[in-house]
Ligand binder design. Structure first.
Ligand SMILES: C[S@@+](CC[C@H](N)C(=O)[O-])C[C@H]1O[C@@H](n2cnc3c(N)ncnc32)[C@H](O)[C@@H]1O
Length: 431
């Protein structure tokens, strides 16, 4: 069933996108992610009063797992929509479970289908890496505006929040760049500039250990899905501010999200699975049980040594493309913090390098004294060294400074330490 005036354009990457979801491996990964699937199950079954006798849209039903939870919570009918061939399997599963009369599978893009009626609830698992990768939320908002009974209806999940925290991962440089020095006796140093580009300008999806965090967590943005507009998602400009909680090298930032299942405007604070009250929260935080979303890390091309109590602040732009362009998400990171600028390498090896410290608006900084103290600490440490490169500064865990990294001549253009205080752009790599 196709509407006459189809409002959305089919994107060039969409055939690939939906073909990907036809393969069972991705559904197995999602279903075996117990944190994810049980959060939905608990949230739906805890809301029996709200689901009883209701018409539900399960947008992007996949195997139909969430539709079955909705029926078990008392829903009268579920329209299970999916544009991928997995919809054929969802139909078989509905028949196998004897619910095909109430679990109506509709194969096609929600933007191009006509549902049999309006719906009371939209359930959807639409979240991508760092929440917005894949841009499926656009389709949920389209369904909300087109098919949801506005006065009484609600979305499950109802809210989504993105968080960010500073991290210290000193091993990352060794694992991604240093390792090319020598592979089984074969020198591969010529790959190091490429390694810098490959591993430092791409958003990295990985499971971070909470011990890598070195500062407070900042809430970047919360979306109330009943109110969010697709246009809002194109660029989220978020100011962030964090405090460093231990002496360590700042090597990057970690981002993650959670979603909240509230049937009314939440008055209770969010809760995580297992606690007693308040709406259920599905969290992908490094403090929670790992999920297939993991966390998203933006690595800085150079480490910035920081001390407990130091502020780190700036602005990050989260950009996601509409589905008819491509589904990618990008980041632009602006960072303000104390920054140590090392001088250009000296030709005369014995010349003691001079150290300068800069901070945006340094004149306005009430912590100038602290800054100067720190400068002298650095001066002592750095003057012990003879060889300085403009590459990343390495520091061992005992905080004895030792510059290292690769010679300046081998670095790609935008990696000078002094440029960290500017902006960095990240795309997702191979995810
Ligand atoms: C992340 S999976 C979730 C699958 C299932 N609900 C689950 O929880 O296991 C998202 C599904 O949404 C489907 N999908 C994405 N955008 C869609 C759209 N605009 N119309 C219909 N289906 C869509 C994909 O094909 C995919 O199967």
């Amino acid at each position: 069933m196709t509407t006459e005036n189809t409002p959305h354009v089919r994107g060039p990457d969409d055939p690939d996108y939906f073909t990907g979801y036809a393969h069972l491996s991705i559904h197995r990964t999602m279903l075996q992610d117990k944190t994810r699937t049980l959060a939905y199950k608990d949230a739906i079954l805890n809301a029996k009063a709200q689901f009883k006798d209701k018409i539900v849209l399960d947008l992007g039903c996949g195997t139909g797992i969430l539709s079955h939870f909705c029926l078990r919570a008392g829903a009268k009918t579920v329209y299970a929509v999916d544009a991928s061939d997995i919809a054929d399997q969802a139909r078989l599963i509905a028949e196998e479970n004897g619910v095909a009369d109430r679990l109506i599978v509709l194969k096609g893009r929600i933007e191009e289908l006509t549902l049999p009626s309006k719906v009371d609830i939209i359930v959807s698992e639409w979240m991508g890496y760092c929440l917005l990768y894949e841009s499926m939320l656009d389709s949920v908002l389209f369904a909300r505006d087109t098919w949801l009974n506005k006065d009484t209806g609600f979305l499950f999940p109802s809210h989504a929040t993105i968080y960010m925290a500073p991290i210290s991962d000193d091993m990352y440089y060794e694992d991604t760049v240093d390792c090319w020095q020598d592979m089984y006796g074969v020198k591969m140093k010529s790959l190091m500039p490429l390694a810098q580009q490959c591993f430092f300008y791409e958003a990295d999806v990985n499971d971070l250990m909470s011990t890598n965090l070195m500062g407070s967590t900042c809430e970047l943005v919360t979306l109330d899905l009943m109110k969010t507009q697709a246009a809002d998602l194109r660029e989220l400009k978020c100011n962030y501010s964090m405090d460093v909680t231990r002496n360590a090298n700042l090597t990057g930032f970690c981002l993650w999200f959670d979603v909240l299942f509230a049937t009314t405007t939440p008055s209770d604070p969010p809760r995580h699975r297992g606690r007693r009250s308040g709406p259920i929260v599905l969290s992908t935080s490094p403090f929670s049980t790992p999920t297939h979303w993991q966390q998203t890390t933006l690595h800085l091309p150079s480490q910035i040594p920081l001390f407990e109590g130091d502020p780190v602040s700036g602005t990050i732009y989260l950009r996601s493309n509409p589905i008819h362009v491509n589904r990618k998400m990008t980041f632009e990171l602006h960072l303000n913090t104390f920054e140590v600028i090392l001088p250009e390498p000296s030709k005369d090896e014995d010349e003691t390098p001079k150290l300068s410290i800069s901070k945006n608006h340094i004149q306005d900084d009430p912590n100038l004294v602290k800054l100067i103290e720190r400068a002298s600490r650095w001066r002592t440490a750095v003057s012990k060294t003879k060889e300085l490169g403009a590459g990343p500064v390495r520091i061992n865990t005992k905080h004895q400074w030792c510059p290292g990294g690769i010679p300046k001549s081998e670095l790609p253009a935008p990696t000078k330490l002094g440029e960290i205080n500017g902006s960095l752009k990240y795309d997702f790599g191979m995810v």
